[in-house]
Write a protein that binds this ligand. Structure first.
Ligand SMILES: Cc1cc2nc3c(=O)[nH]c(=O)nc-3n(C[C@H](O)[C@H](O)[C@H](O)COP(=O)(O)O)c2cc1C
Length: 161
């Protein structure tokens, strides 16, 4: 797919097939994702592959749509408020890269904010110097939802003098 088609067709997937994902392929998407912009080359992202026992402890309401793979993606807080914000922005770019690379190969992602709770931070064993940006189900979609309409971009644009 060309890049615009990948961007426009990606959806947050709620239900996955059981089919496994080739681990080398998955790693190649994460490697590509790490080409994300990041200020001062902090490369703030860290990836946790969440195994079945830990996953059960997270107690997600849909069990991540029965995805065969669950990843937690963390962002290093850094040494200042500014660095933390910049690192979060860089990790969001990393995540988008990853989601688009996966989608191009027919693999979908479910983004969950479940990592924000203290309980789930503990289950994932995340140290205090990291934010959990999201926990992701990853797998081949069982269903692809319709696109959710977006506000016309003209309504979001202001021109400054
Ligand atoms: C920071 C962030 C947190 C999100 N957390 C959740 C979540 O907890 N549960 C969920 O179902 N979707 C979550 N999403 C996905 C959005 O709900 C989804 O992207 C949005 O509904 C638009 O759908 P689309 O991605 O298919 O276009 C999150 C997305 C972002 C960027």
């Amino acid at each position: 797919m060309d890049v615009l088609t990948v961007i426009k067709s990606r959806r947050n997937i709620k239900k996955f097939k059981a089919d496994s994902i080739d681990h080398d392929l998955l790693t190649s998407w994460l490697q590509a994702a790490s080409l994300a912009p990041n200020h001062r080359m902090t490369e703030p992202w860290e990836i946790l592959f969440v195994g079945p026992k830990t996953r059960a402890g997270l107690n997600h309401k849909s069990n991540f749509g029965s995805a065969p793979v669950v990843l937690a993606i963390l962002s290093k807080k850094g040494n200042s408020v500014v660095e933390r914000e910049e690192n979060m922005a860089a990790t969001a770019c990393f995540i988008q890269n990853f989601m688009l690379a996966a989608w191009d190969a027919g693999v979908g992602t479910l983004w969950s904010s479940i990592g924000i709770t203290p309980k789930n931070r503990t289950v994932l064993g995340v140290p205090d110097d990291y934010d959990i940006v999201g926990v992701f189900g990853v797998g081949f979609p069982e269903e692809i939802p319709e696109a959710k309409p977006r506000t016309p971009i003209e309504m979001k644009i202001k021109h400054l003098s």
